[in-house]
Design a protein around this ligand. Sequence first.
Ligand SMILES: [Fe+2]
Length: 251
Amino acid sequence: MIDLHSHVLPGIDDGVRTIEASLELLRAAAGDGIDRIAATPHVREDYPTTPREMELRLADLCGAAREAAIPVEVLGGAELDLAFAARLEDDDLRRFGLGGNPSLLLLEFPYLGWPLPLADLVFDLQLRGYRVVLAHPERNADVQLDPERLRPLVDNGVVVQLTAASLDGRLGGAPRAAARRLLDARLAHLVASDAHAPDVRSVGLSGAARASGDEALAQWLTEQVPDALLAGRPLPERPESPKRRFLRRQA
Ligand SMILES: [Fe+2]
C-alpha cells in the first residue's frame, strides 16, 4: 500500500519528535503492508516549514531507514495550509510536491467552517498547473452536514483523501459517517494514515481498507489511486461495487 499523508519527519511539526520514533513509525507501517509513505509536515502559520527543512530531515530519515533495513520508501511532501500555499512561489510549491511529484499538492482541509475563498484558492492552484489533493474533508463539520458541498470541487478535478482513522471509526461517529457518505457518493479517492505517532493504531491503513467493505475498492483507495497520483497519470477507474458486479452477472 501507499500512504500519502504522514507526520513522520522528526521534530518539525506536531508529529513524531525523535528519529527513533520515526523509525518505529516506519516499522509499524511496513508491518501493516505499506511500502511507500509520503512525509507531509504541516506548512502553515504555526509550523512555517521551509522546503529546505523538509528536504534535510527527509534525507536524514531515508538514510536512517536504509541503515535500519526498514523496507519502506519515504517520499517528500507537505500538508499545506490553503492560504499559506496560495502565497508560496512555484519553486517552493514544487519542492513540496506530494510524494516527490512536483505538480501534486496536498492541501489541509480546514476543521472548522467552510472558508469562502476555498474554491478560488484551489482553482488558482489548478490554473498554475497543480493537481490538488484535499486532506480529510470528512473531519469538517460543514462537510459532515452536507458532503455534496465537495461535488463541484471533485467535478473540477480535485482529489479527496480520507483519513484511515475516520473510515474505520477511530475518530468517532461523525467523521466515520461522513467518510462513508463521501465514498458512497464517489466523492473520495484515496485513504491515508495522517499518522502523527508510531503506535500501530495511528499508522495502519489495512483496517480502514477492510472497513471499506470491498477488497477491490480497498485496493483502489490504498494502491491504484495513490500510485497514479505519484506517476502523474489519470486516476484509474473505480471498481464496480460487489452488488453491481453481482447484478451484472445475473443479467
Ligand atoms: Fe496531517
